[in-house]
Write a protein that binds this ligand. Structure first.
Ligand SMILES: CC(C)(COP(=O)(O)OP(=O)(O)OC[C@H]1O[C@@H](n2cnc3c(N)ncnc32)[C@H](O)[C@@H]1OP(=O)(O)O)[C@@H](O)C(=O)NCCC(=O)NCCS
Length: 275
């Protein structure tokens, strides 16, 4: 791509993302040609390479440099992904049952007589909310990582990971769970990740049992935090506005002088009680 065109596109992209407090440091060069990328409010992507086709990343998720997003379709809210992680690595990109696994040889044979290169369609990897993935982890295609899970550094994840499990090793195995089953059930039912950070910070985050008491069985409604969808080649940007209550919380967060405004109570009044 022409240098000046790339510069122009990078500027358009940066401006569009900034409206939703998002960033993508790798710019247009980090995006696959036919990509459709949706970022909710506050997503931070450092030097990240995106080879996914359609990907949605939830609000406030932070992905550090060196990470590659391959066959992954959803990443939840409040995820922390360390450096050099690969998500959705294709399991069988080379033919296992041909004479040779060499990709160029297979491609030539395909060109010669149309022999199919792969027989199995790739399955998308899905990452839940509040997942912490340690550095150099490799997560294969088609794996679902449950909300609240922790993936240890350098783990190779080949199978689904249950919510709030800590997995380590190669292949990764469940080492323990972060909380007791009743707490995990309560946290999942509460859908706390639908709250903006400034409201969460007023809850006892350091004690999930107390936090559940504070929420009093309320299921936090999923208010749209706003998002931006970027398509590459042809380049386009579409904005989706935040739900008014969510937008008010975002404004409060930006201006500390108004920090005593709305609050958790007003946010939760419209919530659906579980009981
Ligand atoms: C998994 C992790 C969160 C620790 O979880 P934990 O439950 O507190 O684990 P512990 O430290 O108590 O270790 C428990 C066991 O798991 C092993 N273990 C811990 N992390 C491991 C890893 N990444 N791979 C393999 N084994 C690991 C320990 O050696 C220990 O084994 P032992 O019982 O045989 O002695 C941490 O080790 C880790 O990998 N963090 C990611 C760090 C990172 O990448 N940070 C990047 C900046 S965001």
């Amino acid at each position: 791509m022409n240098y000046f065109r790339r510069l122009w596109l990078d500027r358009q992209l940066k401006r569009a993302l900034a409206r939703n407090k998002c960033r993508l440091d790798s710019g247009i060069r980090g995006l696959r040609n036919d990509l459709q990328l949706t970022l909710e409010y506050g997503v931070k992507l450092h030097q990240v390479k995106i080879n996914a086709r359609t990907l949605r990343i939830g609000a406030y998720t932070d992905i550090v440099s060196g990470t590659e997003l391959q066959d992954v379709s959803h990443i939840g809210r409040y995820c922390s992904i360390a450096r050099n992680v690969t998500l959705g690595q294709n399991r069988k990109s080379h033919p296992l049952n041909w004479l040779s696994t060499h990709s160029a040889l297979a491609a030539q044979r395909h060109g010669h007589c149309g022999a199919p290169l792969t027989t199995e369609p790739t399955r998308q990897t899905v990452i839940g909310h509040d997942v912490w993935i340690g550095m150099d982890a490799l997560i294969l295609e088609g794996v679902t990582i449950g909300t609240g899970a922790v993936i240890g550094a350098r783990s190779l994840v080949t199978r689904d990971v249950p919510p709030y499990a800590v997995v380590t090793g190669s292949p990764a195995r469940v080492q323990r769970y972060r909380f007791e089953p009743a707490v995990i059930e309560g946290l999942l039912a509460s859908q706390w990740w639908n709250l903006p950070p400034e409201h969460l910070a007023r809850l006892p985050l350091e004690d999930p049992e107390k936090l559940l008491e504070a929420l009093q069985g309320v299921v936090v409604p999923d208010r749209d935090p706003g998002s931006v969808t970027v398509c590459n080649k042809p380049f386009s940007v579409t904005h989706r506005h935040a739900d008014p209550a969510e937008a008010a919380a975002q404004t409060t967060a930006r201006s500390p002088a108004r920090a005593d405004r709305p609050g958790l109570v007003s946010l939760l009044t419209a919530a659906t009680a579980r009981k």
